[in-house]
Design a protein around this ligand. Structure first.
Ligand code: ADP
Ligand code: MG
Ligand code: ZN
Length: 483
């Protein structure tokens, strides 16, 4: 029996959310009316000339810098020639040699196992139009009665990010894709919506016997519209390829289509080799210059990236999962930081924000801004718990009331009579009363049998109407019984 290992490389397309298209001034924000955001350039009327969109170039450079790429000061636009009805020019303007960004990397982590995924290139291209195949064929071109074309999307700036074949499992592929999506969102260059297609993954995969280094023949799977489908599609493809090879067959280099409902991939078309596209430099476009000065200006606008943000949260004492949840949310991140800066304990605030607060926001379908919770409230609440004035379960009740706008933690704890007594005098009195009434229990404890200790704690709490700080009760009891 051969043991197999998977080799995976991912191509990601990201639609940039610029105001206008890549090579013309048509808007990218369009309503439902097809073919309204079009002009001679994106409809490829004879004589119309493309002009690159500066904001789009800034967007791709941001992505490249965030992925630790080298930015080419001079890059070239090529024509990628193929015929399809949604491509009015019969070529797509893309890049080939000298893309804007090359040789980057992205660190991903699966269950604490770090891997570095090499980024081969990040290049600039333009999106195609959208075809709808009408008829009984379930949207498939071969069974359609006719096809409708909408060119509103034609020419929208598209960034392609290509990895080295460094990924070794579907889980890692998912982690890579998720991290890339977080980065794109943090950069604010795209809405990166997988279900809407503004971020799309093509999953290249091959298998080979463990211990060999030569790459096997790969397939490329399209139509994965969520992180979960990316993982599922790859897992399916690994099994399928291994089965084919073990039955003595061979893998055909082809493009396959993931079907979310059936959970299988099917062959779409045999894969074109790049020679088939007759790439040549676009004579309508000059070389693109991204000077060092411009790169520096763009670098200065890059916000804190998710990985760095997570590291900061880990350093503030939260666990990996909590750090991830906090970092994905700007409002929660800000509250967390401000609360910790104000003296609150990171671990406690992290638990509140990712527990009670998120659950509350989801229930009410609102955001932090719709509530009156401030970092000051978190600091106050934290110090009440640390100071023994509030039990941790009472703190959660108070937190919900703060979210509801009932007041500050102090006011709420007071109004709801939730404050604990940690004043030792009052507790000592209660302890003495309880000990006097339970001489048997005291004798047992004094002779080394600790069983009744919990019972005594409970009695003192009862005596105090449940409002004593149990820590103080325990320590007074220990003193008094000499245990
Ligand atoms: P193309 O431009 O034809 O799509 P590329 O050579 O640019 O092909 O590779 C596309 C993606 O496929 C890259 O992410 C690359 O890492 C990955 N890839 C290439 N060869 C293999 C292979 N044998 N197995 C798995 N992935 C591969
Ligand atoms: Mg490709
Ligand atoms: Zn246009």
């Amino acid at each position: 029996m051969t043991d197999w290992e998977a080799v995976i490389g991912i191509e990601t397309h990201v639609e940039l959310s610029t105001n206008s298209k890549m090579f013309c001034s048509c808007p990218t924000e369009f309503g439902d009316e097809p073919n309204t955001a079009v002009c001679p350039v994106c409809l490829a009327l004879p004589g119309a000339l493309p002009v690159p969109n500066e904001k789009a170039i800034e967007g791709i450079v941001k992505i490249g810098l965030a992925l630790d790429c080298e930015i080419n000061e001079r890059s070239l636009f090529y024509r990628k020639n193929y015929f399809y009805p949604d491509l009015p020019k019969n070529y797509q303007i893309s890049q080939y040699t000298y893309p804007v960004c090359e040789h980057g990397s992205l660190d991903v982590d699966v269950d604490g196992e770090p891997t570095v995924v090499g980024i081969t290139r990040v290049h600039m291209e333009e999106d195609t139009g959208k075809s709808s195949h009408i008829g009984d064929g379930g949207g498939r071109i071969q069974d359609a009665d006719h096809t409708l074309l909408d060119f509103n999307r034609a020419g929208v700036p598209l960034v392609e990010i290509v990895t080295e074949p460094d990924i070794t499992s579907p889980e890692q592929a998912r982690a890579y894709a998720a991290e890339l999506q977080r980065i794109v969102l943090a950069l604010g260059v795209s809405d990166a919506r997988l279900e809407a297609g503004s971020m799309r993954f093509d999953a290249n995969i091959s298998v080979r016997p463990v211990g060999t280094t030569e790459l096997g023949t790969r397939t490329e799977t399209k139509n994965v519209n969520s992180l979960r489908s990316l993982q599922r599609a790859l897992a399916f493809e690994i099994d399928r390829q291994i089965r084919v090879l073990e039955e003595g067959g061979r893998i055909v280099q082809e493009t396959r289509h993931w079907n979310e409902d059936t959970g299988v991939t099917t062959s779409m078309r045999t894969k074109e080799e790049s020679e088939d596209y007759r790439y040549f430099q676009d004579p309508d476009l000059l070389p693109l210059e991204v000077t060092k000065e411009w790169q520096d200006e763009i670098r200065a606008t890059i916000p804190e990236l998710p990985a760095k943000r997570r590291r900061g949260f880990l350093d503030a004492g939260v666990d990996v999962e909590t750090a991830g949840v906090l970092a994905d949310d700007d409002d929660l991140s800000r509250l967390f930081r401000d609360a910790v800066a104000g003296g609150a304990t990171g671990r406690t605030v992290g638990i509140w924000l990712t527990g009670e607060v998120i659950a509350y926001l989801r229930r009410q379908e609102i955001t932090i801004a719709d509530t009156s919770l401030t970092s000051g409230h978190l600091v106050e609440l934290g110090s009440m718990v640390d100071g023994g004035d509030l039990s941790s379960s009472a703190a959660k009740e108070v937190l919900l009331a703060v979210l509801e706008g009932e007041g500050t933690p102090g006011e709420i704890a007071d109004a709801r009579d939730l404050l604990q007594v940690s004043d030792t005098g009052a507790i000592e009195e209660a302890v003495d009363a309880v000990l006097a009434a339970n001489a048997d229990a005291v004798d047992k404890i004094k002779s080394g049998d600790m069983k009744p200790f919990g019972f005594l704690v409970g009695q003192v709490m009862r005596h105090m109407g449940g409002k004593a700080d149990p820590k103080v009760v325990r320590s007074v009891l220990e003193q008094r019984t000499g245990s």
